[in-house]
Design a binder for this molecule. Structure first.
Ligand SMILES: Cc1cc2nc3c(=O)[nH]c(=O)nc-3n(C[C@H](O)[C@H](O)[C@H](O)COP(=O)(O)OP(=O)(O)OC[C@H]3O[C@@H](n4cnc5c(N)ncnc54)[C@H](O)[C@@H]3O)c2cc1C
Length: 302
C-alpha cells in the first residue's frame, strides 16, 4: 500500500497534522518513538484549554481523538532512513527493518536539546530548570532564579527578569557578556557570575544551589538554561532539504520544503519560538498544504 502521507513525529505538530489529514479522508501513517522534547516536564503550559496538562495526558487525549478516524494509522516505531524513489514515491525504513511507501512525507520530528557542559544539569532540566520563560516562568515567578547560558545569556536574562527580579546570571566562563551588557544587568540589581560552574545541587529535580569552581554555593530555587538545539536526524541531508537561519527546515507557510512532496512542521522547522500551540498550528497548516497539493494533483496533474 502507498499512503497519501507518512508523518514522522507524534508531538503536537504531527498529531494535529494527522487529525486534519484524517478528517480530509487521507490515508495517513504516523510514526512516533515517544521522545517529545517536553517529556522531561511534569506540566505543559500556555496551550489554551490545556494549560498545566501533563504531557502524557495531552498525548492520550490526542490519540483518543485520532482513533475516531479510520484512515489514520499510528505506529510506535523509529524511522531510520527515507529514500526518494521518484518524484511521487518515498520509501521509509523503520529501525525494526520494515519499509513503507508514501506519496508525501511530513517531518515533525522536533529538536534535540543539548545542555551546557555542567555536571548534573540533566537532573534538573524540565523540573526546576527550563529553557523557555513563556512555558515555565509563571510557576517560578518572584523566586531566586539562575540564568545559565553559554550563548545568548543577556537575551535570556532580560526575558527572565519579567518573571523574577531576583536573578543571578551564570555565564559559565568569561567573555560571554559584552561589558555594556554586564553593566546593564548589574544596574538592574542582577548578580553576574563569570566563573565556571562545577555542579548543581538539589534533590528530586529541585535545584537548591549552583556551585562555582572555587566551591562557592549560590542559592537558587530554579531558573533558565539555554541548550544548543539541533535536528535529531539526517533527513534534511538525505532528502536535500534547505535549512533556515536557525538550522531548522526552510518551509513556506504550508510547510512545503524546497523538495517537492516533503513538508516539515513544528519545532523541526520553526525552532523559535517553540511552543506546543505553535507546533500544533504549523502541523495543521502543513496538513492543509499537503491535502491541497494532493487535490490539485488529482485535478490538474503534477
Ligand atoms: C523542558 C521543556 C519544557 C517545555 N515546556 C513547554 C510548555 O510548558 N509549553 C509549551 O507550549 N511548550 C513547551 N516546550 C516546547 C514544546 O515541547 C515544543 O515546542 C513542542 O513539543 C514541539 O512539538 P513538535 O511536535 O514539533 O515536536 P515534539 O513534541 O518534540 O515531538 C517530536 C516527536 O517526533 C518523534 N520522532 C523524532 N524522530 C523520529 C523518528 N525518526 N521516528 C519516529 N519518531 C520520531 C519523537 O519521539 C517525538 O515524539 C517545552 C520544551 C522543553 C524542552
Amino acid at each position: 500500500m502507498k499512503y497519501d502521507c507518512v508523518i514522522i513525529g507524534g508531538g503536537p505538530a504531527g498529531l494535529n497534522a494527522a487529525l486534519v489529514l484524517g478528517r480530509a479522508r487521507r490515508h495517513v501513517l504516523l510514526f512516533d518513538d515517544d521522545k517529545a522534547r517536553n517529556r522531561v516536564t511534569r506540566e505543559a503550559h500556555g496551550f489554551i484549554t490545556r494549560d498545566g496538562i501533563k504531557p502524557t495526558e495531552f498525548r492520550k487525549i490526542a490519540l483518543q481523538e485520532l482513533s475516531k478516524y479510520p484512515t489514520i494509522e499510528i505506529k510506535n516505531e523509529t524511522i531510520v532512513a527515507i529514500q526518494q524513489l521518484s518524484k511521487t514515491e518515498f520509501v521509509l525504513a523503520t529501525a525494526g527493518g520494515h519499509t513503507f511507501h508514501s506519496t508525501k512525507i511530513l517531518l515533525a520530528t522536533g529538536l534535540k536539546d543539548e545542555q551546557p557542559n555542567i555536571p548534573n544539569i540533566e537532573r534538573f532540566f524540565g523540573t526546576s530548570l527550563f529553557s523557555c520563560p513563556y512555558c515555565d516562568g509563571w510557576e517560578m515567578r518572584d523566586q531566586p532564579l539562575a540564568v545559565i547560558a553559554d550563548k545568548n545569556v543577556y537575551k535570556l536574562a532580560k526575558e527572565a527578569y519579567i518573571w523574577s527580579k531576583d536573578l543571578a546570571v551564570f555565564t559559565n566562563g568569561e567573555g560571554r557578556l559584552e561589558l555594556d551588557e554586564r553593566n546593564r544587568l548589574l544596574a538592574k540589581g542582577i548578580k553576574v557570575y563569570e566563573d565556571l560552574i562545577s555542579g548543581l545541587e538539589g534533590e528530586n529535580g529541585q535545584l537548591r544551589s549552583v556551585r562555582l569552581e572555587d566551591g562557592t554555593l549560590i542559592d537558587r530555587s530554579g531558573g533558565f538554561v539555554t541548550p544548543l538545539w539541533s535536528l535529531p536526524n539526517q533527513f534534511a541531508a538525505q532528502l536535500g532539504c534547505e535549512l533556515n537561519e536557525y538550522g531548522g527546515f526552510q518551509t513556506d507557510e504550508y510547510g512545503r520544503t524546497n523538495v517537492w512532496n516533503v513538508y516539515a512542521a513544528g519545532d523541526t522547522a520553526h525552532i523559535v519560538p517553540a511552543q506546543l500551540v505553535i507546533a500544533a498550528g504549523t502541523g495543521s497548516a502543513a496538513a492543509i498544504g499537503i491535502n491541497g497539493d494532493l487535490t490539485n494533483e488529482l485535478f490538474d496533474g503534477e
